[in-house]
Design a protein around this ligand. Structure first.
Ligand SMILES: [Zn+2]
Length: 174
């Protein structure tokens, strides 16, 4: 178990093609544990494997948000796909661990239904509304390389890039 470094945009690893999981083996279980540790260390509601540089089709969602007990482990979504999304939409600011301190207004469906495989290799479905729908669709975007900056115009994109590069330079200076 280990907290891994979160890959921050514009790192090209965030655009890698992700790989389908054929079976849940020790590698996938170890990846899950690292993602749990990293998500909690960063106070994220969700995290995709690609955000720690691993292009596996998997993401995690914080248990309470996913409708479980708050003391449960984060819920793993392996090879997820959207089955249905509502016509009705919601508009709200969205953050991302790969864009520290950046918030972008994103329009998303109000409700979405998703199917995925769990850590035992079983297929399950979940329907989310509001923040859960937003979180599921945000994490799913990561698995196709889609990022917050893809929702903004070129000017705002440049602004975000400069802000993140300044923050990275400050961090490098200690
Ligand atoms: Zn994200």
């Amino acid at each position: 178990m280990a907290v891994r470094e979160v890959v921050v945009w514009p790192d090209p690893r965030l655009r890698q093609e992700t790989q389908v999981v054929d079976q849940v083996d020790d590698r996938v279980r170890a990846l899950y544990r690292d993602l749990c540790d990293t998500m909690y260390a960063e106070n994220g509601l969700g995290i995709a494997a690609i955000q720690i540089g691993d292009p596996t089709k998997m993401f995690l969602v914080e248990p309470k948000l996913a409708g479980r007990d708050e003391n449960d482990l984060p819920v793993a979504f392996i090879n997820p796909e959207v089955l249905w999304a509502s016509e009705e939409t919601q508009l709200s600011d969205e953050g991302c661990l790969s864009f520290p301190d950046i918030y972008v207004e994103v329009e998303r469906p109000m409700r979405a239904r998703m199917r995925a495989m769990d850590l035992d290799g079983n297929i399950f479905e979940i329907e989310g509304e509001g923040l859960l729908a937003r979180c599921l669709l945000h994490e799913l975007d990561h698995l196709t390389g889609k990022l917050l900056v893809d929702f903004v115009g070129p000017l705002k994109r440049q602004m975000i890039k400069r802000k993140l590069q300044k923050a990275a330079a400050r961090a490098a200076d200690g």
